[in-house]
Design a protein around this ligand. Structure first.
Ligand code: FES
Length: 574
């Protein structure tokens, strides 16, 4: 592979030339205590770190950044740490999704405006992964992603607890008196036992796995538990490798192709990944200038077996996947479904990276003939209620709802739902279809994870644990149930969801990929004519930029002005 000279480094424009401005740059680096031997002629490696006291999933990142730096120094680079906004799922309201594109912009502009030649991205908690990849893809300098890694398994009196999934499960049991307040507190104490991301196959583990399949993460790194000593070793390996990538000039544009995105989709389907991954992958492809539509996901889902036995679709957790051989081992079971000739950050192809993979537990990584399903976990449905598509995780729902027609029980927005869902007088049965409006990219705003609407308390008491639920919201990757999500166009902008009324019949037909509102055209037309658009959600600040620019779920919810791979000019250095 071609090798750069020091004079060809991007940072040379700041440090290497002889003028007044470069004097300032050099003297200010020396101000921090670095001599010219530390930086002159070396690749400057940005470590974009999303550590925060309010992001427990990234609590180890202060230390990990030092471990990345160790690798960069070892390989002859000059590491510089650049903090970036941390999107901590547990605390940010109304939703981190409102800020995914904010972090993407911040990542891109941090890299553009500073004297850096390559970047190690440090993220993990859901949106941080796509956000940083989107930004680095647009900037297109050599990039490696270091994923935060999953936390350890949860534990409650010897029972294994999974992030999110077991929260919803035991909350329902508490509501109907099957567990005590003390049990609930003990679960609270045992469900998050270490730093790291949610350890079910939720959004964080899904997006890390898909970015590894894309080729931007070192082989198997997405599966390493955050608290395992393999994790810091991986971090310093990433530091060494990024320096080599700068000399090789191996950039995201050399790695991100239509085929590598297909590998990522195949991976999402094989692991029973989060529905959120679809939105993020669409946005990431948009940054790479690669057209991907929802239908591509459905086509690949149809041919991809679900062989990862992890919650919420299956039984185990990320720690088990690691012991079973990790993502590498899983991908080695399906090389015929992957484009193994695709380049990765190692400088080798995906197929070459998988050559030494080994499955050590067939109950975690299932043989193809024992797959949880012969189709992928997520499918796309369309119809009169979702002309631009919606998604449903068929692997994590009660199978009797795959084909279902029921009467709608409509909630105008989240507050309406919260106020009425447990009302004993709510006219609802186990066959009803719960509908939530105004929870989309604009209406939420930010498309919060409200899509797993709670089961009404009176039905919980009857033993009901799943119902068909429909919204333009997203759903946590750790959630489960017959939840139709991402309905596009959303209700807030006048999509058909806006015109559903309580009592309407809705038909869901997953095998035939249909979602239809069974209401006569003239009735719908009259409702549409009487509809008034809701007022703007924001009158100033970030929310205005979001509202003016965000695309719908089927397009990835990026900002229209950030899409595409047209080059942005490098800054003038004056
Ligand atoms: Fe951070 Fe789930 S809350 S990954």
């Amino acid at each position: 592979m071609a090798s750069k000279t020091p004079e060809e480094l991007r940072s040379h424009r700041w440090f290497g030339v002889k003028d007044l401005r470069s004097f300032g740059h050099r003297s200010r680096i020396k101000q921090v205590g670095f001599a010219s031997e530390d930086y002159a002629g070396k690749p400057v490696i940005a470590i974009v770190n999303t550590w925060s006291d309010l992001n427990p999933c990234h609590a180890h990142f202060k230390v990990r950044a030092d471990e990345v730096k160790r690798g960069v120094w070892q390989a002859g680079g000059f590491p510089v740490e650049l903090p970036a906004m941390s999107l901590g799922e547990p605390f940010m309201k109304p939703t981190t999704m409102l800020y995914r594109n904010f972090l993407a912009m911040e990542t891109e502009e941090l890299l553009r405006s500073n004297p850096v030649d390559g970047v190690v991205l440090m993220g993990g908690c859901d949106k941080t992964v796509p956000a940083m990849v989107m930004g680095a893809t647009s900037m297109n300098i050599p990039t490696i992603f270091v994923p935060a890694g999953p936390m350890l398994r949860g534990n409650w009196r010897g029972n294994v607890l999974g992030s999110g999934s077991d929260t919803w499960k035991y909350w329902a049991e508490l509501k109907v008196g099957n567990i005590t307040e003390q049990d609930w507190e003990d679960i609270e104490n045992g469900i998050a036992r270490s730093f790291g991301t949610c350890m079910t196959m939720g959004t964080a583990s899904t997006v890390a796995s898909m970015v590894e399949a894309l080729g931007l993460i070192l082989p198997n790194a997405s599966s390493i538990p955050a608290a395992d000593s393999a994790h810091p070793r991986m971090a310093s390996m990433a530091g060494r490798r990024i320096v080599e990538m700068v000399w090789e000039d191996l950039k995201p544009s050399d790695i991100l192709t239509e085929k590598s995105f297909e590998n990522a989709i195949t991976t999402i389907m094989a692991i029973g990944g989060s529905t959120n991954a679809i939105i993020h992958l669409l946005a990431m492809a948009g940054r790479a200038g690669i057209p991907l539509g929802l239908d591509r996901f459905d086509a690949i889902s149809s041919r991809t077996p679900l062989i990862c036995n992890l919650r919420p679709s299956g039984r185990y957790l990320m720690e088990d996947l690691w012991y079973a051989g990790g993502l590498k081992a899983l991908l080695s079971r399906m090389t015929d479904l992957l484009h193994t000739d695709q380049m990765t950050v190692t400088g080798r192809t995906l197929g070459e990276n998988l050559a030494d993979a080994h499955v050590s537990n067939d109950d975690v990584i299932l043989p193809r003939d024992k797959a949880l399903s012969q189709q992928g976990g997520v499918v796309v449905v369309r119809g009169s209620l979702a002309p631009d598509g919606a998604v449903i995780k068929q692997s994590a729902m009660e199978k009797r709802f795959l084909t279902h027609t029921g009467k709608a029980v409509v909630f105008a927005d989240y507050n309406d739902m919260a106020a009425r869902i447990d009302d004993p007088d709510l006219d609802v049965t186990a066959d009803s279809v719960l509908v939530l409006k105004n929870a989309g990219p604009l209406g939420g705003p930010g498309m919060p994870e409200w899509g797993m609407l709670p089961i009404p308390k009176k039905l919980l008491a009857q033993g009901v644990r799943d119902m068909v639920r429909i919204s333009d919201a997203r759903m946590s990757g750790t959630s489960y149930g017959s939840c139709v999500l991402h309905v596009a166009p959303e209700s807030y902008v006048g999509g058909p969801l806006a015109f559903v009324e309580t009592g309407d019949l809705i038909a869901l037909d997953v095998p035939n990929r249909r979602l239809d509102l069974l209401v006569a055209d003239d009735v719908l037309a009259a409702r549409k004519a009487a509809w008034t658009p809701p007022p703007p959600r924001y009158v100033r600040g970030w929310g205005v930029l979001h509202s003016d620019s965000v695309t719908q779920a089927d397009k990835g919810c990026d900002y229209a002005f950030l899409e595409g791979n047209a080059p942005t000019a490098e800054p003038e250095i004056h």
